[in-house]
Design a protein around this ligand. Structure first.
Ligand code: NAP
Length: 287
């Protein structure tokens, strides 16, 4: 008699620190919704070089089929690339991996689902056309946002507290066909046609809830929609000031849920509604 083998999905997250991550609750909810057997573990791995041997061991475990899929967060989103066999075009262009999977040939691939999580959530929440966008911050997340917005034809300006960082990011993504600028926020935001502002800095994130990346005395462009990548607190200082000025402002919970949903689909082949991920994350945040 033949016995059906029930697959168990061993998923997890590499990062440092990882204990406050919402990924376990989101992916466990998705496993349950899909009726799949599985678990989601946290793998705290120190920044390199201290964590190098452990990172190698974990990636090797995945290659041997002990693990089905891994998420990657700070500080390993860039460094993990050197441990993988290949990168998807998105991960290669963005220069960062947040999802690792094994393909049918036993090769380890790195993908980036932050950009598509953002793109999908923005499409759900913002009803206008693409136009001028002001990005605040020029770190890892900003790269995924620039990648996503370029795909939809936005005219992008990046500002960061270290102007050279914004200039470097703009130069990297800029092309003759699609220029990306790096003017200071005080200068670019005077343009009345700025219709989207995206905060990719951690300014305002819990516990630093009184901070904002937006200069105190600078008025917002009057038609701007504010997208803050931060999701804890649910309303950041940037969002509350923008709402007081009559603007619409949303947080990054939809992006978080969207990147998780896409990673889950890559690992399991199951497309679970984003609401399942978002609801699980919300419940954990409000505990
Ligand atoms: P990162 O690589 O460290 O980059 C952060 C950027 O913000 C850098 O340009 C940094 O400049 C700047 N910055 C830091 N503190 C600032 C402050 N107080 N005022 C102004 N600028 C400041 O971090 P990341 O990976 O891009 O993540 C950034 C934020 O995005 C975090 O809050 C993270 O939780 C969030 N995020 C959310 C999602 C989601 O799914 N919603 C996904 C990814 C990231 P310096 O280099 O000068 O410090």
């Amino acid at each position: 008699m033949m016995c059906a083998v029930i697959q168990t999905y061993h998923l997890g997250l590499i990062g440092w620190p990882v204990e406050h991550s919402l990924s376990p609750v989101m992916h466990k909810a998705a496993l349950q919704a899909a009726g799949l057997n599985g678990d989601y573990s946290l793998f705290p791995i120190a920044p390199l070089p201290a964590g190098e041997a452990e990172l190698f061991r974990l990636v090797d475990r995945m290659k041997h089929g002990d693990l089905t899929g891994l998420n990657v967060t700070i500080p390993h989103k860039q460094t993990v690339c050197a441990f993988l066999d290949n990168l998807t075009p998105a991960a290669r262009t963005i220069g960062a991996v947040n999802t690792v999977f094994l393909n049918s040939n036993g090769q380890l691939w790195g993908d980036n689902t932050d950009w598509s999580g953002f793109r999908q959530d923005l499409a759900n929440q913002y009803e206008g056309q693409s136009g001028l966008v002001q990005i605040l911050g020029a770190g890892g997340a900003a790269r995924a946002i620039v990648y996503s917005l370029m795909m939809d034809g936005w005219q992008i300006n990046i500002s960061s507290r270290r102007p050279d960082q914004a200039k470097q990011l703009a130069a990297e993504f800029s092309s003759a066909h699609h220029p990306v600028s790096a003017f200071p926020v005080e200068q670019f935001s005077l343009l009345p046609d700025v219709t989207l502002i995206v905060n990719t800095t951690p300014a305002g994130m819990s516990p630093d809830i009184h901070s904002s990346p937006w200069p105190v005395d600078l008025p917002f462009p009057r038609r701007a929609f504010i997208y803050d990548l931060i999701y804890n607190p649910a309303e950041t200082r940037l969002m509350s000031v923008a709402r007081s000025a009559g603007l619409t402002a949303v947080n990054g919970l939809g992006m978080l849920a969207g990147q998780a949903a896409r990673a889950f689909e890559i690992w399991t082949g199951h497309s679970i509604p984003i609401d399942v991920f978002q609801q699980a994350a919300c419940e954990r945040i409000s505990l």
